[in-house]
Design a protein around this ligand. Structure first.
Ligand SMILES: [Zn+2]
Ligand SMILES: [Zn+2]
Length: 349
């Protein structure tokens, strides 16, 4: 199937229109016409080569929603016309214990990321959602609940699940004291989801400038990390902190905020941290942990959760040809919303 997308053709290059082929449907494949795709900080990191050399041309995008246009002969869960979604992975071994337990993101044989990775069967590079169409095996396609507005659903597939999974893993309940560091794409979703779970949520930001924004998202208060008095007063007052900072940073200013057995979970940054101090960890049995997206079943659960609790990412719709400007804005600061590409703006020609 011929399709068109926007691709980077070299490290740090601007994205430009790119015509390419999607594979012929295998018996277990679903073909999707993409209506919207969210713009994730990972897309920018990958295009820039921040996480290592990439197979260019590369079409990014792993917050994908659209409509089923065709299904393979063995597909039983989806029909033409269904509203569906695809997140950060499109395949895994389906045989290891982690796959069997719905933790495909931690597949022992390595999951297949939605873009920039060799297909398990053909070795061709996977290409992401900044395009008109995608073909994905049935097991990695999600159903969008009828209640959800499809245009605002896309960022749930990465920003949503990346923050929902640790909130569930660390068993957030009504009254759990949750801190969220950073109020960008991930952080603003972490606040909304934790609030919907009934948690007592505090946004943690460099200054007080985002206080009104944090409260509008449902946070009880904002703690400014630059205010040493406020930070000292907040010592040992959190059960869980979700750390969404997308760059190398110092966790030592945050770990003392955790109460006994509390955990700081890193979800925003892949790579080295500034040197962590063991003192607050040992004197307080505190933990530093990491978490990667969520499994397919958990992502489906999240879509239902968002429908039930009316939780949506803050979205700013853009045209496909505005992507390079959106990347520049993303690079210059943590915007408390997600850019979402309206794929109707991408001409098929
Ligand atoms: Zn992402
Ligand atoms: Zn596996």
């Amino acid at each position: 199937m011929k399709t068109v997308g926007y691709a980077a053709h070299a490290e740090k290059a601007e994205l430009t229109p790119y015509h390419f082929e999607r594979r012929d449907l295998r018996s277990n494949d679903v073909a999707i016409e993409i209506t919207h795709c969210g713009v994730c900080h990972s897309d920018l990191h990958t295009v820039n080569g921040d996480w290592g050399p990439q197979p260019y041309p590369l079409v990014p995008g792993h917050e994908i929603v659209g409509i089923v246009t065709a299904v393979g002969q063995d597909v039983s869960t989806y029909q033409v016309g269904d509203r569906v979604a695809v997140g950060c992975m499109v395949d895994s071994c389906q045989e290891c214990d982690h796959c069997h337990h719905g933790e495909e993101q931690y597949c022992r044989n390595g999951m297949t990321p939605t873009y920039g990775s060799p297909d398990r069967h053909t070795g061709e590079t996977t290409q992401g959602g900044y395009s008109k169409h995608i073909v994905v095996r049935e097991e990695f396609v999600l159903r969008i609940p009828a209640k959800l507005d499809i245009a605002r659903t896309a960022p749930i597939l990465c920003a949503g699940i990346t923050t929902y999974s640790p909130l569930r893993t660390w068993d957030v309940q009504p009254g759990t004291r949750v801190g969220v560091i950073g109020l960008g794409g991930l952080g603003h979703m972490a606040v909304k989801l934790a609030v919907a779970m009934g948690a007592d949520v505090t946004a943690i930001s460099r200054s007080n400038s985002k206080e009104a924004q944090a409260k509008a998202l449902g946070a009880k208060s904002l703690l400014a990390s630059s205010d040493s008095d406020a930070m000292a007063k907040a010592a040992s007052s959190f059960d869980l902190i979700i750390d969404t900072i997308p760059a190398k940073h110092d966790v030592n200013i945050y770990t003392p905020l955790l109460d006994l057995d509390g955990s700081l979970v890193i979800v925003g940054q892949v790579g080295p941290l500034a040197e962590p101090m063991t003192t607050p960890l040992i004197f307080g049995r505190r933990r530093i942990a990491g978490s990667l997206i969520g499994g397919i079943a958990e992502t489906q659960e999240l879509l239902e959760f968002c429908a039930e609790h009316d939780v949506y990412p803050e979205c700013e719709m853009i045209r496909m040809d505005q992507i390079n400007d959106a990347f520049k804005q993303l690079e210059s600061g943590d915007l408390a919303h997600r850019f979402v590409i309206d794929m109707a703006s991408l001409s098929a020609k």
